[in-house]
Design a binder for this molecule. Structure first.
Ligand SMILES: Cc1cc2nc3c(=O)[nH]c(=O)nc-3n(C[C@H](O)[C@H](O)[C@H](O)COP(=O)(O)OP(=O)(O)OC[C@H]3O[C@@H](n4cnc5c(N)ncnc54)[C@H](O)[C@@H]3O)c2cc1C
Length: 338
C-alpha cells in the first residue's frame, strides 16, 4: 500500500547519522508504486531516491520527495552450462544478495562482500572493492523513468560505466528510480585473491582449499578490521575518489615525492590513492568537535556524534584545497551531497 508520510526524520536512514527531515517520504515496494506516486508529487518538487543512505551526505533537509526503495526479490531468470542470470529487486540489501550468491555457489560478487547499501544503488556509482567492479557482473538494469513515465531497460554498454561512475550520475540524474538489476554470474569460480591482503587473511584463517564462502569471509574480516562500522561511527565509506592523472604528471610528482604510490590504469593514465595524498597533508586522525578524518583510513570522514552535514562538507573542502595546494591534484567527492 503506497503511503505519503510528512516531515519524516532521516536520521535512521543515512549512515552518516545526519539529523535531517524529509518533507515527504514514500516507500516504493513495486513498479506500480512508481507509476502511482507521480500524481502526488508537485511539479516543482524533485524526487530523491534513497536506498541504504550509505553514499549520501545530507547538509540540509532535502527539498525533495524522498522515495525509499524497498523493491525486493531474487529470481533465477535463466541459466546455461556456465552461467546464471539473476533478476534482483533494487531494494534488496547488497550484502544479503552477496551472501545468497555465496550460499548458492554463484561466483563473481564475493569480493564485494559487506559493502553497505542496496542492490539498486550499486550500478549508480559502479561499486567496487578488492579488484572487482560491479559492472563486470551486470547484464541489464531496469528503472522507472519519471519523465517518460515508463520502465526502461539498459544493457551493460548503455550504462556507460566508469570508475565510480555511470550514466545514472549524469544524463539520468534525478529522473529515475532503479527497480531491478540482472546479474550474470558464473557457476565456476574464478577466484580473484591477489588484491589487498585477501591471501594473507585466508592464510590466517587456515584456509587451504578456496571456496566462495572462504573468500567472502576473508573480505568481511578485512573490512571489519579496517573500516569504521557506521552503527558505531557515522560515515559513508570513502569520501573521495582516487584521482586519475596523466603518466607525465605522475612521473613529475614522483621526482618530488619518491614514495608516492601509483597504479597504471592505461597507457596514459595512473591512479593515485587519495588516502596517501590526504595523509601526506596531515589530515589522518584529524578531529574538530564531533567531525573528523578516521584514524586508520584517511579517505573516510566521520561523524563522532552530532556533527552537521555542513561541518563534514566544509572539512572535505579544506582537504581538497590542501591536496590541490601541495600536489596540484583536484580530489573529487565520491559521496552524493544533498
Ligand atoms: C562503511 C562503508 C564502506 C563502503 N565501502 C564501499 C566500497 O568498498 N566500495 C564502494 O563502491 N562503495 C562503498 N561504500 C559506499 C556505499 O556503500 C555504496 O555507494 C552503495 O552502493 C550505496 O548504496 P545505498 O543504497 O546506501 O545508496 P544511497 O546512499 O541510499 O544512495 C546513493 C545515491 O544513489 C541514489 N539511489 C539510491 N538508490 C537508488 C535507486 N533505487 N534508484 C535511483 N537512485 C538511487 C541516491 O539518490 C543517491 O544519489 C561504503 C559505504 C560505507 C558506509
Amino acid at each position: 500500500m503506497l503511503t505519503i508520510q510528512k516531515n519524516i526524520p532521516l536520521l535512521p536512514l543515512n549512515t552518516f547519522g545526519m539529523a535531517v527531515n524529509a518533507p515527504f517520504l514514500s516507500v516504493i515496494r513495486t513498479v506500480a508504486d512508481c507509476a502511482h506516486i507521480k500524481a502526488h508529487i508537485p511539479n516543482h518538487l524533485p524526487i530523491l531516491p534513497l536506498g541504504g543512505g550509505s553514499n549520501i551526505l545530507f547538509t540540509q533537509d532535502p527539498q525533495a520527495w524522498v522515495l525509499k526503495n524497498e523493491i525486493r526479490g531474487i529470481h533465477l531468470l535463466k541459466e546455461d552450462d556456465g552461467s546464471v542470470w539473476l533478476e534482483v529487486g533494487a531494494g534488496e540489501v547488497w550484502n544479503d544478495f552477496v551472501q545468497y550468491c555465496v550460499q548458492h555457489d554463484y561466483a563473481g560478487v564475493e569480493n564485494l562482500s559487506l559493502i553497505p547499501g542496496t542492490v539498486g544503488a550499486a550500478p549508480i556509482q559502479n561499486i567496487g572493492a578488492y579488484g572487482v567492479e560491479v559492472k563486470q557482473l551486470i547484464d541489464t538494469v531496469t528503472f522507472w523513468d519519471f519523465n517518460k513515465e515508463t520502465l526502461v531497460t539498459l544493457d551493460n554498454a548503455a550504462c556507460l560505466f566508469g570508475y565510480r561512475n555511470s550514466i545514472f550520475k549524469h544524463e539520468l540524474k534525478g529522473q529515475f528510480l532503479m527497480t531491478h538489476v540482472v546479474f550474470k554470474l558464473s557457476k565456476t569460480p574464478n577466484f580473484n585473491i591477489s588484491y589487498g591482503n585477501i591471501q594473507e587473511e585466508l592464510d590466517r584463517m587456515g584456509i587451504t582449499t578456496l571456496s566462495l564462502k572462504a573468500v567472502s569471509a576473508a573480505v568481511v574480516h578485512i573490512r571489519e578490521s579496517k573500516l569504521p562500522n557506521p552503527k558505531e561511527i557515522g560515515n559513508a565509506g570513502s569520501f573521495f575518489k582516487n584521482p586519475e592523472v596523466p603518466h607525465t604528471i605522475y612521473q613529475s610528482l614522483k621526482d618530488d615525492y619518491p614514495t608516492i604510490p601509483g597504479y597504471t590504469i592505461s597507457e596514459q593514465v595512473t591512479k593515485i590513492p587519495a588516502a596517501w595524498l590526504i595523509e601526506q597533508c596531515g589530515w589522518k586522525g584529524f578531529r574538530e568537535g564531533d567531525f573528523g578524518v578516521h584514524q586508520k583510513q584517511p579517505l573516510v570522514l566521520v561523524n563522532y556524534a552530532q556533527a552537521k552535514g555542513s561541518d563534514i562538507f566544509h572539512l572535505s573542502t579544506r582537504i581538497i584545497a590542501s591536496v590541490q595546494e601541495r600536489f596540484g591534484i583536484s580530489l573529487e567527492r565520491e559521496v552524493q551531497i544533498v
